[in-house]
Design a protein around this ligand. Structure first.
Ligand code: CA
Length: 210
């Protein structure tokens, strides 16, 4: 009597003990936003206390600068943010918070509510601060649909806190939107940040207001 002993090898395919983590799978969800980058940079020359200063080579004592090319022919700087606010009101602008009381209680915007009018400037400003908790020198920006390079404004890699206005924005590591982008969920309309996300303190080089 013969027995067939089937000795076929059973292969246990063992998955290697190391689990590969593919860190590069972090989806950048906002790529679809059409970013028509323009090489047109904002003017580096600003008016401060009656004289022209070159922002790219330092603010020379100015504490707050207003970049509003849709209204002003040059950038204007002030010795305090209060002075800037007075100027904005004088020019017929609205200060953030004046008409939008719901801002502070809305850390996120609903995905369906992206209705913003497509004008050249946002109805309220993106405000960047050199210090945490909105202290130190501040830069107010309003121009939409173009990358604003902060180096030409003397504010490259200085942002340590910020307030977004009525229009969502993107912050980039390099000029013209290059390099990594600041977490886009954190720069939606009305978002404020008393300090930067990890790794982003004094790191923002360009800003896009959508
Ligand atoms: Ca800073």
């Amino acid at each position: 009597m013969t027995r067939h002993v089937c000795n076929g090898p059973r292969r246990l395919v063992r998955v290697g003990s190391a689990l590969l983590v593919v860190a590069a799978l972090i989806a950048v969800s906002a790529v679809s936003a059409s970013a028509a980058s323009s090489k047109r940079g904002p003017a580096a020359v600003a008016m401060f206390e009656g004289r022209a200063i070159d922002l790219a080579s330092g603010w020379q004592g100015a504490q707050s600068c207003l970049v509003w090319p849709e209204v002003l022919t040059t950038v204007e700087c002030f010795s305090s943010e209060a002075g800037l606010k007075t100027r904005v009101v004088q020019l017929g602008g609205t200060l953030p918070g004046q008409s939008a009381r719901s801002a502070s209680s809305m850390p996120f915007t609903s995905s369906g509510g992206g209705a913003t009018t497509a004008s050249a400037s946002c109805s309220s400003f993106v405000r960047l601060y050199d210090g945490v908790f909105y202290t130190g020198a501040s830069l107010w920006l309003s121009s939409r649909s173009t990358w604003l390079n902060l180096s030409s404004l003397g504010f490259d890699q200085r942002t340590s806190s910020f307030k977004i206005g009525a229009c969502s924005a993107y912050f980039a590591d390099y000029s013209n939107g290059g390099g990594a982008w600041y977490p886009t969920w954190a720069t939606q309309a009305w978002h404020v940040a008393p300090w930067m996300a990890s790794g982003w303190d004094n790191d923002v080089s360009s800003v896009f207001i959508s």
